[in-house]
Design a protein around this ligand. Structure first.
Ligand SMILES: [Fe+2]
Ligand SMILES: [Fe+2]
Length: 466
């Protein structure tokens, strides 16, 4: 049944969802009687009751990846997207699809609801648990989510396809430049646009793809990863769509100059000699040449050339190439410097028996490069990939081993993890657990006690992520 809805209610509806997500988050971290939780409760209740007096009923429903409020799809501005995402995930976790509020509610009603909601994931049938607990509150009705996990599988498939499309596109570009063919930047816009769409819809899945470091063709995957990570970072920094497309393209081409580095050097299994290093260090300059050979020289090509030239320079100009009177690094170069180093350090290269685990890489980057990388952008980066980035192998206090699967934006050190070995050391293809989940007495069910190198345990992340 469709409701007619006025614009004031639309604003209120958006606010209700936003407030609910803030409120849930606060309740998750604090005790339910904490003042912050109480004030969030009151705010939420008055918002809801305000709308009830205008509309009589509230039907809040999840369809796909969106909330519908009295049949009206809630549209979100970018700064609220993370709130919306995390709320939808919370609802799905307890299989809650619809909340119907039929008359004015009291703070007590909502307290009961939140208490049950937070505990329901401990139950084998979270929705039944929730519904039963709420049976005494007649003005709030709950309905189970109508969803099949196939939808999630499909999303993973689309994200995977987008990722490999980007890789093969870059491969094509690389080979075209090698054979001196002109490249068409129009096509790169198409490819990057689909990457951006996937980042908006499935950021965590796409970031997960960049965490798989066992691919054979490092150079192609590295450039794709740098592009994905840069765009995801730019999005977090609030860039608009056009800027994101530009950033995606220029970051994809940052290492184009490696075309002229002989393969024996690029793939050398042992340590490079000084003269070989000298050749590697030419790739920023060679990148500029390769990019300026493109079909049209426009702003975008110039930006790409700048990033290719600057991405190893460091903000304090201690890197290469060395130039006289250096200017401040371009914004895109600052972004690419960070994600480039991160991806290269975590990569599984032949000359490195033990790629660094993502969390240690982050720490090293922070310590060793505090004066080389842009500190503010680095902060955004850590916020994006979490303290334990996707793909980190972790030992839990339950003696289980897990792989970090998805970040938790609210509690960075409590990501979602796939259990891959049980507490007796048996390998299992276990379920995904949320380290932010608590037991009945408000204690966390599982906590990370240390991180380890997946390689040391012969673990292939791709087995779990693809
Ligand atoms: Fe490079
Ligand atoms: Fe690179």
């Amino acid at each position: 049944m469709a409701y007619s809805i006025n614009s004031e209610t639309i604003n209120n509806a958006t606010e209700v969802i936003n407030q609910l997500s803030i409120f849930l988050r606060t309740a998750k971290v604090h005790n339910i009687n904490n003042t912050a939780v109480i004030s969030a409760t009151d705010k939420f209740v008055s918002l809801v009751n305000n709308i009830i007096s205008l509309e009589n009923t509230i039907v809040l429903e999840i369809r796909g990846e969106y909330f519908y409020f009295n049949d009206y799809r809630i549209r979100y501005s970018p700064e609220y997207i993370l709130n919306l995402d995390s709320l939808i995930r919370e609802f799905k976790k307890v299989e809650l699809g619809t909340i119907i509020i039929k008359s004015k509610i009291s703070p007590e009603d909502i307290k009961v609801f939140i208490g049950l909601f937070l505990k329901s994931h401990l139950s084998e049938n979270p929705f039944d648990y929730l519904k039963e607990g709420m049976s005494g509150i007649s003005n709030i009705e709950l309905k189970k989510i109508q969803e099949i996990s196939e939808e999630i599988l499909d999303k993973r498939k689309i994200a995977t396809k987008t990722y490999f499309n980007a890789v093969s596109f870059y491969k094509e570009i690389f080979n075209n430049v090698k054979t001196n063919e002109k490249i068409n930047l129009k096509k790169s816009k198409r490819v990057i646009r689909s990457v951006i769409n996937q980042i908006i819809e499935q950021e965590q899945i796409l970031l997960g793809m960049t965490a798989i470091k066992d691919y054979d063709e490092y150079t192609y995957h590295h450039s794709t990863n740098v592009s994905i990570l840069s765009v995801a970072l730019g999005r977090r920094m609030g860039m608009n769509h056009k800027m994101l497309i530009d950033l995606g393209i220029v970051s994809l081409f940052h290492d184009l100059g490696k075309i002229d580095v002989p393969n024996e050097i690029l793939n050398k299994p042992s340590k490079l000699t000084d003269s070989e290093w000298g050749i590697i260090k030419q790739h920023p300059k060679w990148g500029v040449n390769a990019i300026l050979k493109m079909r049209n020289i426009d702003d975008l090509t110039i930006n790409a050339a700048i990033v290719a030239f600057e991405h190893h320079m460091n903000i304090n100009h201690t890197g290469y190439p060395q130039v006289e009177n250096p200017a401040a690094l371009d914004l895109f170069s600052r972004i690419v410097s960070i994600v480039d180093q991160y991806d290269a350090m975590t990569a599984n290269r032949i000359y490195r028996n033990n790629p660094m685990s993502p969390d240690i890489t982050l720490r090293e980057l922070q310590e060793k490069s505090w004066d080389k990388l842009d500190p503010l952008i680095f902060k955004f980066f850590v916020n994006m990939i979490g303290i334990y980035p996707i793909g980190t192998l972790v030992m839990l206090n339950s003696k289980e081993l897990g792989l970090v699967y998805e970040n938790n934006q609210d509690v960075l050190h409590r990501p979602r993890v796939i259990i891959i070995a049980d507490n007796k050391g048996n390998w299992i293809k276990g379920s995904i657990v949320d380290l932010a989940d608590k037991n009945g007495t408000d204690e966390y069910l599982r906590t990370i006690i240390k991180t380890m190198s997946p390689k040391q345990y012969n673990i292939n992340i791709a087995d779990y992520f693809l």
